[in-house]
Design a protein around this ligand. Sequence first.
Ligand code: ASP
Length: 327
Amino acid sequence: MIHRFMIGLVTSAAIACSISPQAHAQAYPNKPITIIVPFAAGGPTDIVARVIAERFTSSLGERVIVENAPGAAGTTGMTRAARAPADGYTLLMGPMSTMSFSPTIYPNLPVHAIKSFDPVGIVASAPIVLVVQKGLPGTMKDFVAHVKANAGKMQNGNAGIGSTSHLACVLLNSRFGVKPAIVPYKGTAPAMQDMLTGQVHYLCDQSTSVMGQVKAGAVRALAVLAPEPSPALPGVPTIAKAGYPGAEMVVWNALFAPKGTPADIIKQLNAAIAKGVDDGASRERFASLGAEAPSADLRSPQALGKLHAADVEKWGKIIREAGVKIN
Ligand code: ASP
C-alpha cells in the first residue's frame, strides 16, 4: 500500500517537473488576481482600475479584486505591490504621479518605482482639470483675482504631497502668484467630498473623476490642462487659452507587476489590457470621462517602460525646479 502510494507521488512529481513554460502560461490565472490602487476609492486611479478589472474578469476567466491601499501619494500601495510575490496575482495600478514623481519626492523609499517593477501596459490617460467650488467666479481671470483677494482663506485640496493633483496645482499656484493652504488627502475623491461640503475651495483632478460633479453642476471646471480641449467637457477652455500656456498635465494610469514576474504572464496581461480597452463598453466609459485608451505605439510593456523612464526624468527636473518637498 505504502509502496503504491510512493509510486503515485513519484509519478506526479515527474509530471510536475515536465510542465513547460508554455503550459505554465496556459495555467495562469488559476486564482483571483488583486490590483492594488494606491489612492482612495472613487478617484481617477480607482475608476480606471475598476474598468479594466471588470474586463479582465471576463477575458481571463478569474475574479479580479481591486484593493485600495492609499497613503503618502500612492507610495504606501506601491511599496505593498513591490513586495508581493512576482507571480502575476498582485498587480499595481500605477498613476503617473506615484510612478514618476516618487523617485524625486520620496528618494528614501525601500522600493523604487522603476527598479522594483516590470511594466505591463498603459490602460488610460486623462488630463487634469482645474475645478472650483460652484459659488466661485466662473472665469480664470476672476477666479485668480478672487484667490489673490482672499489670500490666507483659500484651501487647495489634493491627493497627497507628490500626487499629480498636488503638483499640477503647485505649478498653477505659482503661475497665479498665490499661496493658498495646501490640504492633502488620501486621494482626490475625499478632497472632492470636502469641496462639495465647502472646506476645499479648489482642486486639480483628472477629468476621469470630476466629470460626474461637473455635469451635475456641483463644481465648476475652469480649464483643462491639456493641449486640446476635452470633448467630454464642451465649453471648458484649455489652460493655454485660459492664459497659462505650459501648465499642461495629462496623466497616465498603467499596470505594473512586481519585478521578476514571468514574461509570459506579462504578455498575457498586456494582451488582456488591449482587449479590455478596445471593448466598446470601456471605450464609451472612458470617452464619457474624458479619458483615452493608449494609441497603438504606446501599448507594449516596452513602450510603457520607455515613457515611464522619460517621465521620471522630465518630472524630476520640474519637481526640483519647483522646490517641491515632502515637508
Ligand atoms: N492618482 C491621483 C493623483 O495623483 C489621485 C487619485 O487617484 O485619487 O492625483
